[in-house]
Design a protein. Structure first.
Length: 171
């Protein structure tokens, strides 16, 4: 465990981004890990794009989206700070891109579910899209692992590992 004055760094490696979303894996310094869902990469446009790769500070703050997505089990969540051109980027419960406006959703595994494109509700007769499963349970585990670090120096390093990701040079 890092000393009191050392930063802990979470690592999010994104492996894919397309019209179904941006998908990756998040690993904490203690070895705990989960999968992630974000909006597709659309040039960092607010409300339709995931955030750019980079290293950002994080802190706990009160959040309505965290409250709503956890049925008010949690009132506070982890806020990703100083994202260029963006604000209020949170880590929260989300199973698909329809649950996001630019934040990062957590899940146990990748899945494919039918989602009605008009209502954004899960519907077995609707077209399947890529999702993550067990988001609320995974978020609860994440919050438990992160609880000792509230108030500390916490950062998230986001790496785009898919071919053609922004900032990658062509071979």
């Amino acid at each position: 465990m890092p000393g009191d004055d050392e930063a802990i760094i979470l690592r999010l490696t994104r492996g894919r981004s397309d019209g179904e979303g941006t998908f990756g894996g998040l690993t904490l310094p203690d070895g705990w890990s989960c999968v992630t869902v974000e909006l597709p990469w659309v040039d960092n446009k607010r409300g339709v794009s995931c955030i750019p790769a980079g290293t950002y500070s994080m802190h706990m703050r009160e959040s309505g989206v965290v409250g709503r997505t956890t049925k008010w089990r949690y009132k506070y969540g982890w806020h990703i700070e100083d994202v260029p051109g963006r604000s209020l980027i949170m880590i929260h419960v989300a199973n698909s891109i329809y649950d996001l406006d630019g934040c990062i959703g957590l899940g146990r595994d990748f899945a494919r579910w039918g989602v009605n494109p008009q209502t954004h509700h899960y519907d077995a007769s609707a077209p399947e899209i890529r999702t993550v499963s067990h988001s609320l349970d995974t978020f609860t585990e994440f919050m438990s692992h992160m609880a000792p670090h509230a108030g500390g120096d916490v950062r998230i390093q986001i790496i785009d590992a898919w071919a053609g990701a922004p900032g990658q040079e062509d071979d």
